[in-house]
Design a protein around this ligand. Structure first.
Ligand code: XMP
Length: 515
């Protein structure tokens, strides 16, 4: 994002491969300061061109002694811009500036008490000792010339350091992690005291800014926005509605794979708000027809993705000419599409997320934002709770929860079971504690007994997980009574089901969805 487009004071976070790098950005933004990620090797002059108010060097898995270890342009320490090094960033700063870094005989991992010896700017208002979260092998044993050691822990003689004159700071612990009690305070000290931040990153001003920006880009042209029922596309639509009103048309394609009541609620909400600028397309028969006989999960995903795009294009043509198409791309998508080398576990499709190479120009008004920020916008824009707090739901919908071939009957069974599970979670007031809950229908028959008769029917698998990032997840320890009531209701109310199972695998090794 160039300075011209981004009017906010900005902190740049250099990424040394830390799993926590996105978390650092989010924590900085939660302190009302805008932050973005840049590659570790970005030249200092390029960073300076963006006029950041501060630079953060993230942690990372490397050791400064490894040959291939990522490094930093040493000139960044000469820019006169405050720098905070975290973990690996702290060690790198020490090593580049002439301090001493050694391989520790003992790793420090987890909750680690840190004793403060100099409660200067960076550690101002932090109690001593304070519990921090550490995860490192190497340690800084001597701070570079010009630096003061501010704190130590059992195995880190320099757990925090500062050169006030050059405004360079380093901490061995992770201030971005919840377990570091003083993390928020340390970040605030760095941002507000060292960098001179004014706290200009607020959702209220963001709405106004985005609306202005959209108006300028769109001019008098027409915009088309695909709605999925999720919070991202709903926020995009609401922003566009404010920005250009009559020039916006929203399209909702019902692929027949949504949960119970979802299509109706999207249609009601948007047709009420947008009248005939909202178009709903009922395409479930087409999707089902294309899915007939397909059992391979990746093939199902491809078919749904392709059918969605074709339907969208065909229906859009009927609505006349549009110059722009709006996408609900978020910041993590932007970072991740930077090119990962990881295996494709499954191909994710965002229904409503369309390929960028269509014949339209793309608008991505949320591309700088994280999900929690989008939810804040949604609240400020007056969207209803059911949309703001909607749990994640996969683009290919219930099709990937019917394991094997998707038929109308199986879809109906999984849809009913899912609705019962959600109702029971809501009744137990647990919806907000569970990151995601779902029902799966594997096509295995088993013997049961109902009344006096033998049954030979299908099972429903319930799955509920708790996670922060959906990359790893723990299965949720739901109360026995809740599971028992849900199981009872499912076998009684969903025809064709005679058994209910609860999935107690974490991710990894399992994924959250079954396909
Ligand atoms: P997995 O199953 O990969 O799921 O552990 C992680 C999260 O991603 C969701 N998911 C999808 N979301 N399109 C989406 O928009 C998809 O194709 C898709 N597949 C999985 C899943 O529900 C969970 O929240």
């Amino acid at each position: 994002m160039s300075k011209k487009l981004n009017p906010h004071q900005t902190v740049l976070v250099l990424d040394f491969g830390a799993q926590y790098v996105q978390l650092i950005v989010r924590k900085v933004r939660q302190q009302h300061t805008y932050a973005e990620i840049r590659p570790a090797e970005t030249p200092a002059t390029r960073l300076a061109d963006e006029w950041p108010v501060g630079i953060i060097l993230s942690g990372g898995p490397a050791s400064v002694y490894e040959e291939e270890a990522p490094t930093v342009d040493p000139q960044i320490f000469e820019l006169g811009i405050p720098v905070l090094g975290i973990c690996y960033g702290h060690q790198l700063m020490a090593s580049v500036l002439g301090g001493n870094v050694e391989g520790g005989e003992r790793r420090e991992y987890g909750h680690t008490p840190v004793t403060i010896t100099e409660p200067d700017l960076l550690l101002d208002s932090v109690e001593s000792p304070t519990i921090t979260w550490m995860s490192h092998g190497d340690r800084v044993t001597a701070a570079p010339k010009g630096f003061k050691t501010l704190a130590y822990s059992e195995h880190s003689p320099v757990a925090a350091m500062a050169d006030e004159e050059r405004r360079l700071y380093g901490v061995q612990f992770h201030p971005e992690v919840e377990h570091t009690k003083c993390g928020g305070q340390v970040l605030r000290n760095f941002l507000y005291e060292a960098c001179g931040c004014v706290g200009d990153w607020r959702t209220e001003s963001l709405i106004e800014e985005t609306v202005q920006e959209l108006r300028q880009t769109i001019g008098h042209e027409r915009v088309l926005c695909a709605l999925s029922g999720g919070v991202d596309s709903a926020v995009v639509a609401a922003l566009l509605d404010r920005a250009v009103g009559e020039q916006l048309t929203c399209m909702f394609i019902d692929h027949g794979l949504l949960r119970k009541g979802e299509a109706e609620s999207v249609i009601n909400l948007f047709s009420e708000r947008m009248g005939d600028r909202f178009v709903a397309i009922e395409a479930s028969a087409l999707f089902l027809e294309r899915l007939q006989g397909v059992i391979d999960p990746e093939r199902k995903r491809e078919i749904i993705g392709e059918t969605f795009i074709h339907t969208f294009e065909a229906e859009a043509t009927k609505l006349g000419k549009f110059k722009f198409i709006a996408h609900g791309t978020l910041y993590p998508d932007v970072i991740e599409s930077g090119g990962g080398k990881t295996d494709t576990i499954k191909t994710h499709h965002n229904v409503g997320g369309l390929p960028a190479d269509m014949q339209y120009e793309n608008l991505e008004p949320l591309r700088r934002l994280f999900k929690d920020e989008v939810r804040e916008l949604a609240v400020d824009l007056g969207l209803p709770d059911e949309i703001v707090w909607r749990r994640p739901f996969p683009g290919p919908g219930l099709a990937i929860r019917v394991v094997g071939e998707v038929t109308p009957q199986y879809l109906e069974m999984v849809r009913e079971a899912d609705a019962i599970f959600r109702e029971e979670l809501a009744a137990a007031n647990l919806e907000r504690d569970i990151s995601q809950a779902l029902a799966v229908l594997p096509q295995i028959q088993s013997v049961g007994v109902m009344g006096d008769g033998r049954t030979y029917q299908l099972p429903i698998v319930l799955r509920a997980v708790v996670t922060n990032d959906f990359m790893t997840a723990e299965w949720a320890r739901l109360p026995d009574e809740l599971l028992s009531r849900t199981a009872n209701r499912i076998v009684n109310e969903v025809r064709g089901v005679n058994r209910v199972l609860y999935d107690i695998t974490s991710k990894p090794p399992a994924t959250i969805e079954w396909e």
